[in-house]
Every structure is written in structure tokens, then in C-alpha cells.
Design a protein around this ligand. Structure first.
Ligand code: ATP
Length: 218
């Protein structure tokens, strides 16, 4: 099993007292599988994705990625995991403004020591970015920037791709094209994909769907 989430609990401290966002969440994802995570706004979808991506730690429970419980790793261990095994695509592109598109795409793969120029070129071609490689992010449209962000995430060939509303900033047609590309590329690399979305249409394109309600998988 690529990913096993077991009884994950997370509580935030707020001005009104503790707020239990996740109350014993469990799920599994195999390599090559695609899974949509839906749920109302505020149901904890992004929180869960952050925990799986090692950006935050659960209060209780286990998140086992390729046999390693990431809750047991220290900050360095989690950073290592984020660089190599897990790729995250957010709704915000978070591109590096001072780097050309070609170097934005290569950035994480280089950091992880997994840069493969042929794969990076393939991603750029498939994302329709060949003519944009020497431009800076600010010179691109929103849809183009999102495609750069996706290419950057896929460049190190992560085993697990976590995507939080990856097409949320795009118009419907561009969103659909970008989604096709994500699914194709994930299928080619054999990665698992866990995608948070509000869109039933996008969720319907994943092999499996889970719904988060009141801090639990409904
Ligand atoms: N750092 C934090 N401190 C306190 N409360 C937080 C924090 N982060 C998130 N929350 C709260 O936890 C709940 C879940 O947030 P989360 O972003 O995971 O929801 P979501 O399902 O992804 O929502 P959306 O669909 O609107 O993005 C929300 O009520 C949010 O206000």
C-alpha cells in the first residue's frame, strides 16, 4: 500500500477554545490509484492534505507512506519526504518569480537530486509550455502558471501526488484540459493521486471518491 491513513486526529486551538477538525480519519491509496476527497468548505480537506504531505503533524493517528510513519519523522525527515516522494499542487501556484519557467519546472527535482532533463522537457511539451520556457512567471497567464506548477510537482516523479483544488483558479475548459494532463501523467508514472475538489465533475473522473463530514470520512 502506498499510503495508509489511520485514525488521524487534529485539533486547532482557537479563541473560542479547541476545535476538532479531524476526528479519526482513515483512508488508503495504492500506487496508480486516483482518489477524490470532497467535503463542505471547512470540513478539513486541506488540513488532511497538509498532514499527509508532512507540512503539519497530526495530534494522534498514523500516516504511513511506503511503510514509513511520517508522524514519527523529525522536520528534516519530513522535508526530505516532501522533496522526493510526495508532490503537492496547490490552488496558489507559488512559482518563484525570479526564475524562468524552465528553472521553475526543474527547481524541486534539482533540490531532490532527481532532475531528469528529458522528463522535464516532456512535461513542458505535454503542458504546452515549450514557447514559455525562457519567460518569467509574471509574463504568463494564470492557466499557464498553473501548468508550470503542475510540471514542477511532477518533475521529480513523486510516488504520491497531493492536489488541493489544482484547477480551482482556471476556467472550466482549461481546468478540464489540465485535469486530463494530470491524470495522463500520473498514470504514466504510476503515482497515486489524492485530489481535493469541490467539483463533482472532477471528482467523477477519479477512480474512487471519499467525502469528509464532521471530521470523519462519511
Ligand atoms: N491554523 C489553523 N488554526 C485554527 N483553525 C484552523 C487552522 N487551519 C484551519 N482551521 C479551521 O479548520 C477548519 C478546516 O479547515 P480546512 O482548510 O482544512 O477546510 P477545507 O475543507 O479544506 O475547506 P475549503 O474547502 O474551504 O478549503 C476550518 O474551520 C478552518 O477555519
Amino acid at each position: 500500500m502506498l499510503l495508509t491513513v489511520e485514525n488521524v486526529q487534529k485539533t486547532y486551538g482557537t479563541a473560542d477554545g479547541p476545535f476538532e477538525v479531524l476526528r479519526g480519519v482513515g483512508l488508503q491509496l495504492d500506487a496508480g490509484e486516483t482518489l477524490a476527497l470532497t467535503g463542505e468548505s471547512g470540513s478539513g480537506k486541506s488540513t488532511l492534505l497538509h498532514l499527509i504531505g508532512g507540512l503539519d503533524t497530526p495530534d494522534q493517528g498514523h500516516i504511513v507512506l511506503n511503510g514509513t510513519d511520517i508522524a514519527a519523522l523529525d522536520d528534516n525527515g519530513r522535508a526530505e519526504l516532501r522533496r522526493g516522494t510526495v508532490g503537492v499542487v496547490f490552488q496558489q501556484f507559488n512559482l518563484i518569480p525570479s526564475l524562468k519557467v524552465v528553472d521553475n519546472i526543474a527547481f524541486q527535482a534539482r533540490l531532490a537530486g532527481r532532475y531528469d532533463p528529458i522528463w522535464a522537457q516532456t512535461l513542458a511539451d505535454r503542458m504546452g509550455l515549450t514557447a514559455q520556457l525562457n519567460k518569467y512567471p509574471e509574463q504568463l497567464s494564470g492557466g499557464q502558471q498553473q501548468r508550470v506548477a503542475i510540471a514542477r510537482t511532477l518533475a521529480p516523479k513523486p510516488q504520491l501526488v497531493l492536489a488541493d483544488e489544482p484547477t480551482g483558479n482556471l476556467d472550466e475548459e482549461t481546468a478540464s484540459i489540465v485535469m486530463d494532463l494530470i491524470l495522463e501523467l500520473v498514470a504514466e508514472t504510476g503515482a497515486g493521486l489524492l485530489m481535493v475538489t469541490h467539483s463533482q465533475a472532477l471528482a467523477g473522473r477519479m477512480q474512487r471518491r471519499l467525502h469528509l463530514r464532521a471530521g470523519q470520512i462519511a
